[in-house]
Write a protein that binds this ligand. Structure first.
Ligand SMILES: C[S@@+](CC[C@H](N)C(=O)[O-])C[C@H]1O[C@@H](n2cnc3c(N)ncnc32)[C@H](O)[C@@H]1O
Ligand code: SF4
Length: 446
């Protein structure tokens, strides 16, 4: 197993979307995008999701790959909320159906959404939720940094109907926390978890990361045990991706401190075993949920979905993202907002939708997207005739290693292949193969 882990330890996309952002064709104008949004809501039965991005964080965690702005200047909050509302008003003018169709899912992400004071959160949701049709089973979720969250903010959010909360935890070990510049004692995480439960949030999620500097099998076991003690409904256990924009001089750890290949995967396996023993179910590639949780149910009923935010049991006709760098999705296209805050704000000041880039799917994109989604959620999918020979060629090593099986037109990931799901998904990624001919899903050095 260790050899396989080392062999397939190559960078491959997470495939929360297809085509992946670097492969977008930039073939979508703002006008076309708005037309796609309108079409996605044409049917009276259609429903939509809303994502709001708050980019600010007070300090930098030196592992972080998110789109964020590090600042302690809370004077920025007010103007940012006003810009979010401006963007929302432009969409309402252009797509009046947003008011008529059911809103099924709201997610507030970042950065750190609780950078916003409870007053600014109130102002945002008072205006935003005015006159909207909430689905009777709506979910409203928020990502919080327990170090920067108050009971008052949680209470405000509950008041607006927020019912799910996701806590950034990453690791409970004090030394690992020091090395990534994120000191977060257990009691802080426990305090916010307890408070969320007391206020009646239905579901609590923890984000953890494996592969951080100086994590060992012992620290990982302890982190898993402490997690189980607090019993979140869901756990995301992300594989650490070293991001190049955090310079070595900004971090306290060195590249040599990072567990790699088999050592890194062992950390996942240790946590996985502890979670399964404690009654969690493994969802897709890096998530766990208690058996009675919606994700576990969706996995059983084969209705699990995946979008830019990861695995979800909510599937809607439109995912509309507001805020700097936000990524939106319709069945026909992807759209991303301007990533630089002053530019985002400037474009809105000119009463324009802050488009940075977009991608209109081709028919082939749509079919590959469906296959990747099915493969990532159900571990098998049907191949087209034209893919059979290519599958045998591209996946030859994985087939020989017993990780993938092709039975006629069906391509299946075996139990042993689970850790290598992303490598197998790269087969469907014809755009990656076209951009980088000779793409390898295994390390040539083995
Ligand atoms: C926006 S943050 C969560 C909310 C809040 N900012 C916090 O940190 O508490 C999203 C999550 O992405 C994960 N993440 C960030 N950078 C990562 C990286 N380089 N590799 C893997 N996971 C990462 C972390 O688990 C983090 O909790
Ligand atoms: S992990 Fe969260 S708090 Fe830390 S820098 Fe990233 S977005 Fe900000």
């Amino acid at each position: 197993m260790k050899d396989l882990l080392a062999k397939y330890d190559v960078p491959v996309p997470r495939y929360t979307s297809y085509p992946t952002v670097p492969a977008w064709e930039q073939n979508l104008s703002t006008e076309q995008w708005l037309e796609h949004v309108r079409q996605s809501l044409k049917d009276e039965q259609s429903a939509w999701s809303l994502y709001l991005h708050v980019p600010f964080c007070e300090t930098l965690c030196t592992f972080c790959g998110c789109n964020n702005i590090i600042t302690k200047n809370h004077k920025l909050e007010h103007a940012y909320v006003e810009h979010l509302l401006k963007e929302w008003s432009l969409y309402l003018q252009q797509v009046p159906d947003l008011r008529k169709r059911r809103l099924k899912h709201v997610h507030l992400g970042g950065g750190t959404p609780t950078f916003l004071s409870k007053e600014n959160l109130s102002r945002l949701f008072e205006v935003l939720f005015r006159g909207l049709q909430r689905d009777e089973h709506w979910e409203a979720s928020i990502e919080v940094d327990p170090r920067r969250t108050t009971a008052g903010q949680l209470e405000t959010l509950r008041g607006f109907g927020f019912n799910r909360i996701s806590l950034g935890v990453q690791d409970f070990d004090a030394e690992v926390q020091r090395l990534v510049n994120r000191i977060q004692p257990f009691d802080i995480t426990k305090g916010i978890t307890d408070e969320a439960r007391r206020l009646g949030f239905d579901s609590v999620n923890f984000d953890l990361i494996y592969g951080l500097a100086k994590q060992t099998p012992e620290t990982m076991k302890t982190t898993a045990e402490k997690t189980i003690e607090l019993r979140p409904d869901r756990i995301a256990l992300y594989s650490f991706a070293l991001v190049p924009w955090i310079k070595p001089q900004q971090r306290l750890f060195k590249d040599e401190d990072l567990p790699m290949g088999g050592e890194k995967r062992e950390l996942y396996e240790i946590a996985r075993e502890a979670f399964l023993k404690a009654g969690y179910v493994e969802i897709g590639m890096d998530h766990f949920a208690l058996k009675e949780d919606g994700l576990a149910k969706a996995m059983r009923e084969k209705t699990l979905h995946r979008n830019f935010m990861g695995y979800t049991d909510q599937r809607t006709d439109l995912l509309l993202a507001l805020g700097v760098s936000g990524i939106s999705e319709t069945p026909k296209s992807f759209h991303q907002n301007e990533k630089i805050l002053p530019k985002y704000e400037q474009i809105l000041a000119e009463n324009r939708i802050p488009t940075l880039k977009g991608h209109a799917h081709t028919d082939v994109d749509r079919r590959r997207r469906r296959q990747i989604l099915q493969f990532a959620t159900q571990f098998e999918t049907e191949l087209e005739d034209s893919q059979l020979e290519a599958a045998d060629r591209f996946l030859k090593e994985m087939i020989q290693d017993g990780l993938v099986v092709r039975e006629g037109k069906r391509l299946r990931l075996t139990e042993a292949g689970r850790p290598f799901l992303r490598n197998a998904c790269a087969f469907f990624d014809e755009r990656l193969q076209a951009m980088k001919p000779g793409t390898q899903i295994f390390s040539k050095s083995i």
